[in-house]
Design a protein around this ligand. Sequence first.
Ligand SMILES: Nc1ncnc2c1ncn2[C@@H]1O[C@H](COP(=O)(O)OP(=O)(O)OP(=O)(O)O)[C@@H](O)[C@H]1O
Ligand SMILES: [Mg+2]
Length: 220
Amino acid sequence: MNAVELKNVSRVYDLGEIQVEVLRNVSIKIKKGEFVSIIGPSGSGKSTLLNMIGALDRPTTGEVLIHGKHISQFDDNELARLRGERIGFVFQLFNLIPRLDATENVKMPMWFQGRSSEDKAVKMLKEVGLGHRLKSKPSQLSGGERQRVSIARALANNPEIIVADEPTGALDSKTGEEIIKLLKKIHREGNTLILVTHDPKISKQAERIIKIKDGMVEGG
Ligand SMILES: Nc1ncnc2c1ncn2[C@@H]1O[C@H](COP(=O)(O)OP(=O)(O)OP(=O)(O)O)[C@@H](O)[C@H]1O
Ligand SMILES: [Mg+2]
């Protein structure tokens, strides 16, 4: 079973006078439970590709299937529900809400699913090693701790697919390695992990590396 399949996907950004083709005819399959890293030069289309994989964006042409379902047939509400239930997002700059504490940040995606649970949020924070920081605001946390909160938030709805865009990009290498250890543990527990990184030390830890250049997958 594929977690994600892209079939001949292109993404064109319409800038008025010009159109920029950022992904060209990309076809990839990612199996359920796989750990894949995506590498490539800056501006090559990695984040654009990850946005397709995570159903944050739709292709201009081509098809995206998540767990075998064609998302092009989904309206925006259905797409939001799919993301909320199936996909956990981790970003380079954490994207936490500053005025909410760690527990409240982790509860956010559960609110959207209408099943907010304090117990679950606390459990997830303990799982990422932050049981002692439940009431801290993002500004009171280190970069590594902030990323742990964002990983706990990504896991709050038991998503199955985790997509992470440069999750260590804003961290020093030691803290980054701890975050990768945590993501690998989550992968071993059965989740599909798709990770964009610049760092070869990180990408080579994946089961498979997808190389992207000028919007095209190399060798694929
Ligand atoms: N919303 C947008 N509108 C127009 N062009 C965009 C948009 N988003 C990205 N692009 C362009 O698409 C190309 C690919 O961008 P993308 O963010 O996917 O690259 P990336 O590989 O993730 O780069 P980086 O490693 O720097 O994060 C870039 O040339 C960028 O300028
Ligand atoms: Mg990027």
